[in-house]
Ligand binder design. Structure first.
Ligand SMILES: [Ca+2]
Length: 377
């Protein structure tokens, strides 16, 4: 669900960059046909769908017919295939109910909002499972860190916050969910119609039946909850089996790291530094991940970093706890984390979970070494 808000920006800000290796591989595997514009007609979409007209939940929908015509003209999908596929689509009322609960309008931050949010992600279960996930996938994490420059703990933390390390990847049919929002939820229709287009292209390139995948209620897939457009741009085959599979831990690890690298993650730089404040002058300063202040101006407002900061400019981050505001200074990499989900709290939870899991993983390894040294039984 996280990437859905981001992806509109992605398509304009970035073109295929770091993930081109996977794309090239796909093109080779398909004997050069599937990736070439204008030559789509030779590529078969997967699934036994045939119909001469649109029936079912979307029978009377002009928007669905228009979409089908576009997929036919622009990408060479067969009309009978799409009629068959969309005639079987289920309009999901449950998805619309969830969408209607989120108005998208943010109210004032209530006291303790951060304390409540933090508790959901910074708890014993999520920390312990994170260390175990790290141990199981340490080789892939090490490779991802070397190749993309993103430390293992941030990759682990994203996957931990998104899906509890794959324990909760969602059970909604992706095709039905995205189609429902695209055709029945006007406020997000544009975005989800684009995602539906990306999803059908993805299913053809990756050779799967569009109705076979499950994900979040909004169509986010796999351990890192990628939307289809993010999948096509940033997913990588990281275990070398020739397929990009976001349900595979190794591929998910490489893909999350590639996502961050593509958004400008700076190798070796930190993410955030805790700050102290005297007085209330900081309240007049702009805050949030896209604010930018010099350390000097922060100091004049009574805000001081509690550890050395090398960046010239940082963002001022305010989090409401039950005992008042907690302040942090966000570095460039904090902003990069918010490209996954445009939320200060989300990125701070990822940052703090990363630190906690890293500490746990280290102590686990020491404990293991100690027991091995004592005789290894
Ligand atoms: Ca793979």
């Amino acid at each position: 669900m996280n990437t859905k808000l981001v992806t509109l920006l992605l398509s304009t800000v970035l073109t295929l960059g770091a993930c081109s290796s996977a794309t090239k591989k796909e093109a080779r595997d398909d004997s050069a046909s599937s990736m070439l514009p204008g030559n789509y007609s030779s590529v078969k979409a997967v699934g036994n769908y045939h119909a001469s007209r649109l029936t079912g939940d979307y029978a009377g929908y002009q928007s669905t017919k228009k979409f089908i015509r576009k997929m036919e003209r622009q990408y060479g999908f067969e009309r009978s295939y799409l009629y068959g596929l969309f005639s079987q689509a289920d309009r999901r009322e449950g998805v619309l109910r969830i969408m209607n609960r989120y108005t998208g309008v943010k109210g004032p931050v209530s006291r303790g909002a951060w304390s409540r949010y933090r508790k959901k992600f910074l708890n014993e279960g999520r920390i312990a499972k994170g260390a175990a996930f790290w141990a199981r996938n340490r080789h892939a994490l090490q490779r991802a860190e070397q190749k993309y420059g993103v430390p293992a703990e941030y990759i682990v933390a994203i996957i931990g916050v998104e899906t509890l390390y794959g324990g909760n990847v969602g059970r909604s049919p992706v095709f039905d969910s995205i189609a429902t929002i695209a055709f029945d939820y006007p406020r997000r229709s544009k975005y989800f119609t684009d995602e539906l287009e990306q999803y059908l292209l993805m299913s053809r390139e990756e050779r799967f039946d569009p109705r076979s995948k499950r994900g979040s209620y909004a169509g986010a897939m796999g351990l890192g909850q990628f939307m289809p457009s993010s999948f096509r741009k940033y997913a990588v085959d990281f275990n070398g089996d020739g397929r990009r599979n976001l349900w595979d831990p190794s591929d998910a690890i490489g893909s999350v790291a590639n996502y961050f690298k593509s958004y400008g993650w700076r190798r070796g730089e930190g993410v955030a530094v805790r700050a102290t404040h005297s007085g209330d002058r900081y309240k007049t300063m702009e805050s949030g991940f896209d604010s930018s202040h010099s350390l000097g101006s922060l100091k004049r407002a009574g805000v001081r970093a509690s550890a050395p900061v090398s960046s010239s400019n940082v963002s001022l981050l305010r989090f409401s706890t039950y005992s008042g505001d907690e302040l942090w200074l966000g570095k460039h990499n904090f902003y990069v984390i918010t490209r996954y989900n445009h939320s200060n709290r989300y990125a701070m939870a990822v940052y703090q979970l990363a630190q906690a899991v890293k500490q746990r993983y280290r102590s686990m390894r020491y404990a293991y070494r100690d027991s091995a040294a004592e005789g290894g039984s």
